[in-house]
Ligand binder design. Sequence first.
Ligand code: NAG
Ligand code: NAG
Ligand code: ZN
Length: 332
Amino acid sequence: MAKFYKNSMVLCFWVVIVFVISSASAFTRLKKFDHLTKGDGTLNFLVIGDWGRRGAFNQSLVADQMAKVGEKLNIDFVLSTGDNFYDNGLTGIHDSNFVESFTNVYTAQSLQKKWYSVLGNHDYRGNVKAQLSPYLRKIDSRWVCLRSFIVNAEIAEIFMVDTTPFMEYYFSEPKDHTYDWRGVIPPKAYSANVLKQLEKALSESTAKWKIVLGHHAIRSVGHHGDTQVLVDRFLPMLRAYDVDFYMNGHDHCLEHISDTESPMQFLVSGAGSKAWRGDLKGLNRKDVHFFHDGQGFMSVQLTPTEAEIKYYDVSGSVIHRWNRSKLLHSAI
Ligand SMILES: *[C@@H]1O[C@H](CO)[C@@H](O)[C@H](O)[C@H]1NC(C)=O
Ligand SMILES: *[C@@H]1O[C@H](CO)[C@@H](O)[C@H](O)[C@H]1NC(C)=O
Ligand SMILES: [Zn+2]
């Protein structure tokens, strides 16, 4: 009896140790997806945000143009900056909004690629666990949505970050909205951990291009403007680790803004269907290169030494383009 007791104590001890070790590593590392690229040293992808409205409000028109550009550039994948399903995320894994706003809208062959997605504030108003559920991949295998994770695409590493829990006012002043905060409570501890994981991943990255993507803007002249909490908490870190681009949605427009203290560029693509807010602030800021108050999306073409960014409107016209050479960049 005494021996049995002792053995089960030993077993318990090891179970606890294994549990502590595995939860500690889950605590400090972001999940990484290795995306196999075409192998020719290039990487092309589209970026879209704020889109899921069952094809309405020009969502389908934007999808048609994405299809053409996606084919022309032979894209590797699509990135979504969040607010994937309006108005209130998904109600559950069987919510028809998933198929009606995603599967049935982005039907073109060229868009049958992985869609790496973060959550936006509207997604938090639904059943968050449903939108994050791997079950959705059984319905549409393109869908990859996690809170914070990494897409490793050889020449580029893309750090997808869950920014909504950083915004304290969603917690303190939810207005008429109900948010599903399961998994992010308490938000202070959650966001501190996200930053810790991001810093660790950035510090370990050897990718030629480092891209951080979240739902909320760091810099924007759209409706919501700059997000002070992200300016305070993310910007110094992104500068310190030589991040090339910060991409986001949330403001329903397309924007290109330069950082004033580093070569980093802020690229806003939140115009997948919602647009035309008509309110913008500080357009005369000299760091602002481009602002479009209408629907559209963005393409990114990378080689080991060159980046080309293009913005398209609802009719597919290129309305802004910008190039960077890494050789020049490192010589600055
Ligand atoms: C759709 O796009 C057209 C063309 O740019 C624009 O005139 C129209 O207002 C847009 N519709 C909506 C609902 O935004
Ligand atoms: C950007 O680079 C591409 C490929 O190197 C080139 O074809 C294009 O003309 C460049 N665009 C600008 C605006 O410099
Ligand atoms: Zn939003």
